[in-house]
Design a protein around this ligand. Structure first.
Ligand code: NAG
Ligand code: NAG
Ligand code: NAG
Length: 397
């Protein structure tokens, strides 16, 4: 299945030799991102290291050679690329086998250096590239590292960090009214349980895992006779505003998380809401002060087999899975500014899984995703690159 999909991508790219150079570059980016994912998995398997490192080195040399030959021998190139693809598939299959046979240890040394984010100060804010979001041209290229921070609560839930105040919030379950606040990820990971955090009780229970926290405010979805977004001030424990969402289809955003009817994202630009129309995930931009809806997009990403999504620099990444759980992967990308070309869309694979993700929350300051995977709280550190349009003109039609 994986191999088939990969090859259909490969072959359709190769079919258009008029854009050969451009397309080969995309293909190499894609192979590179898969190699990067493999490298991470390999890092956690010291005893297998030598063998696979040799494989990887060979492959990398091959890939470098191929790039040099660009522009000449297309047919030969095509064959060699196919060969390279087979190698990637083979190494991935072997890693899958090894991981199934020997379940991974919960903590990976290589990623221990993931640092705690300090609260954002005024001076820092000025310098920080993220806050000039209109010029943000980053696209996710791969997952650089992962860290399993904790295992607490039920199989479904969400955790996130306020990228403004740096506080961490834990939402256990999909219809509860009590969340827990921690001053840092470190405090959470050292605590003996969720209830060691500061307890905050909401006037109405949340539904699903689509909560967002930004600048001391919690935005969450509650579902009684209608779907409502509540804006809640965490420090004062007070409801600041609420709005009814004009969502007609009573379908979850992601087919694998039926409790989440609306997924919210809050950032410097405002509030974003993901919901479903038909089988398609739609995106709405809301004013975070008034909760007015300002703009809507149909993303063309399907809700079927989707488990979660995250939002980086104006680009939505929808993550898909299959049952029984296989590796989660980004398989649909939507850019609100229409600046990401389809060939550029990275097929990012997540390193490994316990079940499926019930939520993925991207923190733009740390460039990492706060994930809840079958009761595990996981951090994925993302490798970013520049969107293609920012470094080269788009290909001619
Ligand atoms: C987490 O939620 C589950 C069900 O949603 C509940 O059974 C469990 O007691 C909760 N854990 C804590 C620590 O609150
Ligand atoms: C939303 O949560 C409330 C409170 O736990 C629950 O009574 C209700 O059934 C939930 N709604 C849905 C559609 O799951
Ligand atoms: C929080 O409470 C303080 C003190 O009562 C008040 O001045 C402030 O406006 C409140 N903030 C919000 C967002 O409600």
């Amino acid at each position: 299945m994986k191999a088939g999909f990969f090859f259909s991508v490969l072959l359709s790219m190769l079919a258009q030799l008029s854009q050969a150079q451009y397309q080969y570059q995309n293909l190499m980016n894609y192979l590179e991102s898969r190699m990067a994912a493999l490298e991470e998995r390999i890092a956690s398997w010291q005893e297998q290291n030598n063998r696979y490192n040799t494989d990887l080195k060979q492959f990398k040399n091959q890939a470098a050679d191929l790039l040099h030959k660009l522009g000449s021998e297309h047919e030969k190139l095509r064959e060699e690329l196919e060969g390279a693809g087979v190698r990637v598939d083979r190494v991935e299959k072997e890693m899958d086998y090894i991981e199934t046979k020997y379940p991974p240890k919960p903590c990976v040394k290589a990623v221990d250096k993931m640092l705690e984010q300090k609260p954002v100060t005024k001076e820092r804010k000025k310098k920080d590239e993220f806050f000039e979001i209109s010029v943000c041209v980053d696209i996710v290229s791969s997952i650089r590292a992962m860290k399993i921070v904790k295992r607490l609560g039920s199989t479904k839930g969400a955790w996130t960090k306020d990228s403004k105040t740096a506080k961490v919030y834990v939402f256990n379950g999909t219809s509860e009214d009590t969340l827990y606040e921690f001053s840092s990820v470190k405090e959470l990971s050292a605590s003996s349980g969720m209830s060691k955090g500061k307890q905050i009780t909401l006037p109405m229970a949340w539904n699903g895992t689509g909560h967002a926290v930004y600048d001391g405010f919690l935005y969450y979805v509650t579902e009684r006779s209608e779907l409502q977004v509540i804006k809640f001030h965490l420090e004062n424990s007070s409801v600041v505003d609420s709005a009814v969402l004009p969502v007609q289809d009573q379908l979850s955003v992601y087919s694998f998380n039926p409790e989440t009817m609306v997924d919210l994202i809050a950032d410097e630009e405002g509030l974003w809401a993901l919901y479903t129309v038909g089988d398609t995930i739609n995106l709405a931009k809301m004013d975070s002060d008034t909760l007015d809806i300002e703009q809507m997009w149909e993303t063309s990403c399907s809700r079927n087999n989707a488990e979660a999504a995250f939002f980086v620099c104006g680009t939505l990444y929808v993550v898909y899975n299959t049952r029984p759980p296989s590796r989660s992967r980004v398989q649909c990308v939507f850019d609100v500014n229409d600046m990401v070309t389809p060939g550029e869309a990275p097929l990012v694979y997540f390193p490994r899984r316990y079940g499926g993700h019930s939520s993925l929350k991207y923190n733009p300051v740390e460039k990492q995703v706060y994930a809840w995977d079958d009761g595990y709280q996981i951090l994925y550190r993302m490798a970013l690159k520049k969107k293609l349009w920012a470094i080269m003109p788009p290909p001619e039609e």
